[in-house]
Design a protein around this ligand. Structure first.
Ligand code: ZN
Ligand code: ZN
Length: 322
């Protein structure tokens, strides 16, 4: 019997441009009650893995190149070096890493600052980082892209990476967002098997709004044979007042519910089409937030977004029907 384990899949330490040493970061992560963390410093091998009696620590690296950023998880020395200027070299590097047992994640492909410039072929990786760092407009673009890809018949597992570097003022972004992985046990092997099977759902923090989709005994990531009376159950651990749950099938919203009070929520829905179903919780940004956001975007990206769409507060990977 498995369960959902919470993890930070994208983090930086003093080995690259993070503020905390690997040991300090692990102590912070332990205090958050995370089940696992993956260390992914830019173009650095994870020379040593800090010890923890409370959580699983997985080595990794973020191959950080002009063509795009790629997380390589699970192996201390997965590639020969960090020279990688062409897509062909990237393909060679990830093949080498996979050979050694690593998992590959395409990071923040629609980031305005560090966009993916090579051919974007998610099927070459094990998953894609749909949600990078505290929520922002680029992630919304990424989810729109992802759902189009799924509607075309691809199966792409999504993860959320906090891309943690440091705290700002009173904020604490280490587990914002956090990826939940359904696994038999909290070992690297089992967590990786869960990610490979697509058993992932992304929450804004540990213990906050988390969405599950089930269809009989099948869960997110599984492929289910469609029958005349196929039904799914969508369960939200806590749906906040004013937040909207949307269930999406084949790129269409098939169900929408806005909460009038904060409480757990669940709904059963029929599934009619072969394709995918995913779910997300959205909220409208407040006017003051939009004003501050536009100012910050101008400073960082040199242009403010023309409009700020509703932001995603939690989202699942997909369950598939055939
Ligand atoms: Zn990056
Ligand atoms: Zn990063």
């Amino acid at each position: 019997m498995g369960k959902w384990y919470s993890g930070v899949v994208h983090s930086h330490t003093t080995r690259s441009d993070g503020k905390f040493t690997p040991d300090e970061l692990i102590r912070k992560a332990e205090a958050k009650n995370l089940d696992f963390i993956i260390l992914t410093d830019h173009n650095q091998f994870c020379e040593s893995i800090p010890e923890s009696s409370k959580m699983l620590v997985i080595p990794g690296t973020e191959l950080t190149k002009h063509g795009g950023h790629t997380n390589i998880w699970g192996v201390q020395y997965p590639i020969d070096n960090f020279d990688c200027d062409t897509y062909e070299e990237w393909e060679r590097k990830i093949a080498m890493a996979k050979e050694k047992g690593a998992l590959i994640c395409i990071n923040h492909p629609h980031c305005s600052n560090c966009t993916w410039r090579w051919p974007l072929e998610p099927e070459k990786a094990d998953c894609v980082e749909l949600w990078n760092s505290p929520q922002h407009v680029d992630n919304m673009k990424c989810t729109v892209w992802w759902q189009k890809e799924l509607a075309s018949g691809k199966k792409i597992t999504g993860v959320g990476g906090s891309d943690y570097h440091r705290d700002y003022l009173v904020t604490d972004f280490l587990d914002n967002p956090v990826t939940y992985v359904y696994a038999e046990e909290c070992t690297q092997e089992a967590i990786f098997a869960g990610i490979k099977a697509g058993h992932t759902t992304i929450a804004p923090h540990v213990g906050k709004t988390m969405i599950e989709i089930t269809c009989g005994d099948s869960i997110i990531g599984d492929t289910v044979k469609l029958t005349d009376d196929t039904k799914i159950k969508v369960k939200v651990s806590s749906l906040k007042k004013g937040h909207t749950l949307k269930v999406i099938a084949a790129n269409r919203v098939i169900f929408e519910h806005k909460a009038d009070k904060t409480a757990p929520y669940s709904v059963e829905l029929p599934v009619a089409d072969t394709n995918f179903v995913s779910a997300q919780v959205e909220y409208d940004c407040s006017a003051p937030f939009k004003a501050v956001y536009s100012l910050a975007a101008k400073k960082v990206l040199h242009e403010a977004p023309s409009e700020i769409p509703p932001f995603i507060y939690a989202q699942t990977s997909a369950i598939y029907f055939e």
